[in-house]
Design a protein. Structure first.
Length: 414
């Protein structure tokens, strides 16, 4: 294949994956012309090398000896430095971030944020630190560099230069998930006990949307739990783990007998997992606790009911059991089906997390069906987290709600 064709990298990657099929998940990792071969012992490593060489020879693929490195204790791979201790950022890439001058245009800022975002797993409060910069990239924002932006710019550089080594997860160790929420975002830390210390496996952080920032403390904390568990689903699903939070009211929510609306949907999602909740004071929750949270009002039903039921209890241990039956037409299941529908998902996510409709630039790459939903943005509304279209009579005297039916549910209706 000649150089310069736009589909050449994808074709070459498929070739490598085909040649090393069966080995890429056990003995090596493949990305284009980079192959990293790993194993626990030297003898097993030699055996894996032999297998990879045999596959490449059979496919008549050549290797350049000058570019090969054998029996290394530490290698640089896709912008990361990988060693027996764990994974850390590539100093060369981080130096490029530190040496970047202050962005002068939105394009420069997006380029800087894109480079930083690649390493967001190494920064526990990434979304909070970068929030001021992300605001400048919004379509309706003027590019006005303020002191807050300068502080965010420098804080991101500092956070990346002091990022920790992320350890490898071990199947024989239990996972620990620490979550926390603030007025601006949610954060979580996934870790395991290794020896006498907790070692970080990954961080996650997410900015809150306009509607989510209006949630009470309890709903924000529960949102942090739901989003964090779903993000680390591939680690946590099907095994027991410890969930730690500094918000005692969550015990009430997980034992609520008749939850409604969004809370019911969230609790139903959590019932797929087997975990224990442990409360610990905010002063001991420093690895996930990031920002000051707005106090709840006395009228908040989620927090007020919890205080009445549990008083000032501190020590909490709750096990969430798996449900035996689920109503396929419940709000939670319909929302899940809508999110799995590629035509509905972009619109539903925008409705859930933003009060403003997506711009044409955001919606242009989507399917024709998604564009038709986008054209109906104003009549589309959320009820219990499910997307509906509101039909009103000409005189406004009556209205009816039409469910935006996911493609997977059409056969059931017909």
């Amino acid at each position: 294949m000649p150089f310069g064709l736009c589909n050449a990298p994808a074709t070459f990657e498929r070739l490598r994956e085909t040649v090393l099929r069966g080995l890429s998940s056990e003995a090596c990792l493949v990305y284009l012309d980079d192959i990293i071969i790993v194993e626990r012992t030297f003898e097993e490593h030699l055996n894996n090398l032999r297998k990879v060489f045999q596959r490449l020879q059979k496919a008549n693929l050549k290797l350049s000896p000058k570019k090969c490195r054998f029996f290394q204790k530490e290698v640089t791979y896709l912008g990361h430095v990988i060693s027996a201790e764990g994974v850390k950022t590539d100093p060369g890439k981080i130096k490029a971030v530190v040496d970047r001058p202050r962005p002068e245009t939105v394009h420069d800022l997006r380029s800087f944020l894109g480079l930083c975002t690649y390493y967001r797993l190494f920064v526990k409060t990434f979304s909070t630190i970068a929030r001021a910069l992300h605001k400048l990239t919004e379509a309706k924002s003027n590019f006005n560099w303020t002191e807050e932006c300068e502080k965010s710019f420098n804080s991101l550089k500092q956070a990346l230069t002091s990022s920790p080594i992320l350890t490898y997860p071990r199947a024989d160790k239990d996972f620990i998930l620490d979550t926390d929420a603030s007025n601006e975002g949610i954060e979580a830390v996934l870790s395991q006990n290794m020896g006498n210390e907790e070692r970080v496996i990954a961080y996650i952080s997410k900015s809150l949307g306009k509607q989510e920032r209006n949630y009470c403390v309890t709903r924000k904390e529960l949102l942090a739990i739901v989003k964090s568990i779903e993000h680390f689903h591939h680690y946590l699903y099907g095994r027991k783990f410890l969930l730690r939070t500094d918000h005692a009211s969550l015990r009430w929510l997980l034992n609520f007998k008749e939850p409604e609306g969004q809370i019911a949907c969230w609790i139903q999602r959590l019932q797929e997992y087997d975990f224990k909740i442990q409360h610990r004071k905010g002063t001991s929750h420093g690895n996930a606790d990031a920002l000051y949270r707005r106090p709840c009002t006395e009228s908040c039903k989620h927090c007020t009911n919890a205080e009445k039921k549990f008083g000032m209890e501190i020590d909490i241990s709750v096990k969430v059991l798996t449900t035996t039956s689920v109503d396929p037409w419940s709000s939670c299941e319909i929302q899940k089906a809508q999110l799995e529908d590629p035509n509905i998902k972009p619109i539903l996510e925008k409705k859930l997390y933003s009060a403003d409709g997506p711009s044409w630039q955001e919606i242009a790459p989507e399917s024709p069906a998604t564009k038709r939903y986008w054209a109906l943005w104003d009549p589309l509304h959320l009820k219990d987290g499910v997307l509906y279209r509101k039909w009103e009579s000409d005189n406004g005297s009556s209205c009816r709600w039409q469910l935006i039916l996911p493609k997977s549910r059409i056969p059931e209706v017909l």
